[in-house]
Design a protein around this ligand. Structure first.
Ligand code: CP3
Length: 353
């Protein structure tokens, strides 16, 4: 494998010194880029694109050609695992992800199994291909959904505003939900370790819906399963540490508990002050975040001001990976993403002397 030419992202996750604050953007490969829309059309659909090694590699690299990003993220989706479990993932135009066979009966839940990793070979093939094409340019991030976030889609059958079905199960049949979460956690461990063995140099767990839970339910139904994953992950590969990032959207109140899992870094959504978060957990973990993605609809001078506020709040020293607080909006002007990346690099140098 080629030597890394830019390891600032990995160094920041491990709180080692860097010359500037590295940055990547959640959902950096996506519909806000016209070249992404063209490649997706060529592939046929979003899922065809995920399953086409060459085109998935191409769209992963696209944002790096436009912006001076410090990491690449595998182009795939968190819902590949439930799809491989046989739930039948599809995307209805304008409605987001859906499952043909959601888990809505006890019988369906009793038949759920950890999927055969061969069914996810297209993902590990994409990882190897992307890593080869990157040729050491920047590190490659692998990812998965959290067991709870996956369960939200598996049980609701798609996106949900109120999580009524999963919360009904959580409070009336917690045993059934625990059964699903135990299987999901095992599947995520195997899936992420396969990504690491195929070439992922850091991994992120997306707990997009953990923040919909009460504090106690979060610990019991989301955090404890993320803990199992952290305990089961390969932490060093090919002589290098593989940092693990936990991102619970809406999890700002629970950072201390999340930091105790042994994760290397926590992702922050835009609702927390990163300086306060650092004061609470900064001796234990690195922090990633946390610009409101909608700042990118403002003009470049405003983007720059908002970037300076976050950099100043984090302050001097390493342990910060700049990112958005959630995925980039599909209507974002690409030039504004460029303004973000360039201003983070330019304005952060003074905090690394
Ligand atoms: O960050 C990246 O660039 C890597 C690719 C990536 C995608 N999905 C591609 C994608 C990643 C890391 C994800 C994670 C993901 N997928 C999450 C967790 C992160 C988050 O946003 O909270 C979730 C909840 C999903 C499930 C999912 N997949 C949803 C809700 C949707 C619809 C979203 C929308 O904006 O319509 C998807 C589809 C999806 N995944 C797209 C992309 C680029 C858009 C599909 C398209 O091209 O039409």
């Amino acid at each position: 494998m080629a030597q890394l030419k830019n390891d600032t992202f990995l160094r920041a996750l491990l709180k080692e010194p860097t010359p500037y604050t590295p940055i990547w953007m959640m959902r950096q490969a996506g519909r806000y880029l016209p070249e992404y829309r063209a490649t997706r059309e060529q592939a046929g659909s979003f899922l065809d694109l995920c399953k086409n090694t060459e085109l998935a590699t191409e769209v992963t690299i696209q944002p790096l050609e436009r912006f001076d990003l410090d990491a690449a993220i595998l182009f795939s989706d968190i819902l590949t695992i439930p799809d491989a479990m046989g739930l039948g993932l599809y995307f209805a135009e304008g409605e987001g992800p859906k499952f043909e066979r959601p888990l809505q009966t006890e019988d369906a839940i009793n038949h759920l199994h950890v999927p055969d990793l061969n069914k996810l070979k297209y993902v590990t093939d994409a990882v190897s291909s992307i890593r080869k094409t990157l040729d050491g340019r920047v590190p490659l991030i692998g990812f998965s959904g959290s067991p709870f976030t996956l369960a939200c889609y598996m049980i609701e059958g798609g996106s949900s505003k109120d999580f009524r079905t999963i919360k009904t199960m959580l409070y009336s049949r917690p045993d059934l939900l625990h059964k699903i979460l135990t299987i999901n956690a095992q599947a995520v461990i195997e899936y992420l370790n396969a990504q690491i063995q195929a070439g992922a140099q850091a991994v992120q767990i997306f707990d997009t819906w953990g923040g919909a839970l009460s504090a106690q339910a979060f610990e019991e139904f989301s955090l404890s399963y993320m803990q199992q994953i952290i305990d089961g992950l390969i932490r060093e590969y090919d002589g290098r540490k593989i940092p693990a990032i936990l991102f619970t959207k809406g999890g700002g109140l629970w950072l201390e508990k999340m930091a105790q899992t042994g994760a290397d870094a926590l992702g922050l959504d835009w609702s927390c002050d990163i300086g306060q978060a650092k004061a609470r957990v900064g001796n234990q973990v690195a922090l990633q975040g946390n610009l409101d993605p909608h700042v990118l609809f403002a003009q470049p001078h405003t983007i720059e001001q908002e970037v300076s506020k976050i950099l100043a709040a984090f302050g001097q020293g390493s342990g910060h990976v700049f990112n958005l607080g959630h995925g980039i909006n599909q209507f974002t002007p690409p030039e504004h993403a460029k303004a973000l990346v360039d201003s983070v690099h330019r304005l952060s140098k003074k905090y690394h002397q």
